[in-house]
Design a protein around this ligand. Structure first.
Ligand SMILES: N[C@@H](CCC(=O)N[C@@H](CS)C(=O)NCC(=O)O)C(=O)O
Length: 213
């Protein structure tokens, strides 16, 4: 059975849990307490050299890290990743957008906001993240005004990846009031069969107020 190295409040890991839920694929979880430094042990760095979750291990022992690489691997041959090379590359385009312009800004702001670290960050850094986040939400809103899902007419892993952090923008102190198309897309994603409604707040982990090692 597939093993998922996980940390419950991680929305990067939630992406993988979401896809596994859509696929109805059973898996075994190994929790990694990232704020206690479990990601940085020699043992875990043999699984993922960066020390981050998510990562997966296959029955034959092979390991794979990076949430979006895992999504692409698990979705291959399913309706969530098109076969056509151009459509597939479009999904990749939005997976890159997610890492560069969603996770890195909304994800960081949300983490700092929910764990009290915002007070320890410089106003310049916070402002830069906020500006980036507002710009990304604006891009998503205008793109989603033209089609139902981010890479086209069908729900794909690009929607799953972007949804993970972008849909939780309000937890990062960002308003979605000016993003009606984006909000309509959130409802469309939530209505997909097998959607995983459970997300875990950082407050379930008493160590999450620590800085990452
Ligand atoms: N680009 C990576 C980012 C993974 C990542 O930063 N995961 C966080 C949890 S959301 C983590 O494990 N952080 C621990 C650390 O940075 O030491 C991915 O998409 O998988």
């Amino acid at each position: 059975m597939l093993t998922l190295f996980d940390y419950l409040p991680s929305q990067n890991a939630w992406k993988v849990r979401l896809l596994l839920n859509h696929l109805g694929r059973p898996y075994h979880t190994v929790p990694i307490s990232i704020f206690e430094g479990e990601g940085q042990t020699a043992e875990f760095r043999r699984i993922n050299p960066t020390g981050t979750v998510p990562a997966i291990q296959l029955d034959d022992g092979r390991v794979l890290a990076e949430s979006n690489a895992i999504l692409a691997y698990l979705a291959d041959g399913t309706p969530y990743l098109p076969r056509d090379p151009f459509d597939r590359a479009k999904v990749q385009q939005w997976l890159h957008f997610e890492q560069e312009r969603v996770e890195s800004v909304i994800g960081s702001l949300r983490h700092w906001t929910m764990t009290g670290k915002l007070a320890r960050r410089s106003p310049e850094m916070i402002e830069a993240k906020r500006r980036g986040a507002v710009r990304s939400l604006g891009i998503l809103d205008s793109e989603l005004a033209t089609r139902p899902f981010i890479a086209g007419d069908r729900y794909t892993i690009a929607d799953m990846a972007i949804f993970a952090y972008a849909s939780r923008a309000e937890e990062a102190g960002l308003s979605l009031e000016m993003c009606p198309h984006f909000r309509a897309w959130i409802a469309r994603v939530e209505a997909q069969p097998g959607f995983l409604a459970i997300a875990h707040p950082y407050s379930i982990d008493p160590y999450s107020t620590r800085e990452l090692p």
